[in-house]
Ligand binder design. Structure first.
Ligand code: SF4
Length: 283
């Protein structure tokens, strides 16, 4: 039995979620910032964290973006295999949803049409980066994650050798965060992909950034590695806004996938304190 879903509903949901993602960081994230601020012994770091809290609260109450860089729209769509999509093409609907949000919500348009030569602003923040998955069920789940490029530019991928093992992964993650320094607007969230192939591992790192703050990987071994990495990163003294302190990373989120016997791909995708992602269902 198929369920028909009109893609105009997808369009509306994308707009709604993108506006919410840009205006409202969410209670959990704010709660985490409060906690970090209480634990910070560095006065300057505490001051920056409190400014971020004020900034996020103003954005939410006045419905204005929490950062001027409102990002490139990254959209994850999970389509139930019992869904029959009707209406306009799914990708057109998603891009129309992006257009409505960025024009209607006065969000900064940051996308250029050609990456190398013309670099002309498309003026509506399209096209979005769309990742589609077919899943069991008769629903469409949409996750939006607008991504600023201050942090995106600090990402890195490396094809490690299997013999590099856990220590190789740790060294690469720490080295990437160290190299990034203040550029990705700390405190940061570090998305780590491990396994798969060259393209899959970067997708995993990006997907890891849609996880709620404070939620560890279900696999105990990876959860422990996440904690170990947070602890190490927070000794680097980069701190909020790069001004020092122990609050450099709020979370390290690892996603993994089987890989080839000859490889150990690792990717790091860093997100800034504007940790924007929201999800919703189209039923
Ligand atoms: S990296 Fe994040 S906080 Fe910094 S300017 Fe870009 S979107 Fe804003």
């Amino acid at each position: 039995m198929f369920k028909e879903i009109d893609t105009s509903l997808v369009e509306k949901k994308v707009t709604e979620l993108l506006l919410k993602a840009n205006y409202d960081i969410g209670e959990e994230f704010l709660g985490n910032l409060y906690k970090q601020s209480e634990n910070e012994s560095n006065e300057l770091a505490k001051l920056v964290l409190n400014q971020l809290i004020d900034n996020d609260k103003i954005a939410r109450s006045e419905k204005i973006p929490m950062c001027q860089d409102t990002g490139m729209a990254v959209i994850f769509v999970e389509v139930g295999q019992d869904v029959h999509l009707i209406g306009k093409n799914l990708y057109d609907a998603i891009n129309d949803g992006v257009r409505n949000a960025y024009i209607g919500g006065y969000l900064r348009k940051s996308v250029v049409d050609d990456p190398l030569f013309s670099r002309i602003n498309t003026k509506d923040n399209t096209p979005a980066i769309i990742h589609t998955d077919i899943v069991p069920g008769d629903e469409v789940r949409i996750t939006v994650a607008p991504k600023g490029f201050g942090s995106e530019n600090m990402s890195a991928v490396k094809m490690l050798k299997p013999a590099d093992g856990v220590n190789g992964v740790k060294d690469f993650v720490i080295e990437t965060v160290k190299k990034a320094g203040p550029n990705p607007c700390p405190p940061i969230i570090v998305g780590v992909g491990i396994g798969g192939t060259f393209e899959k591992v970067t997708y995993l790192a990006k997907k890891a950034l849609t996880r709620e703050i404070g939620v560890h990987n279900e696999d105990k071994r990876y959860a422990e590695l996440e904690q170990e990495l947070i602890d190490s990163i927070n000794t680097l003294d980069i701190g909020p806004a790069g001004l020092g302190g122990k609050t450099t990373a709020l979370s390290v989120n690892i996603e993994f996938f089987p890989t080839h016997i000859a490889g150990l791909p690792v990717a790091v995708n860093i997100c800034c304190h504007a940790y924007r992602h929201k999800y919703g269902y189209v039923l």
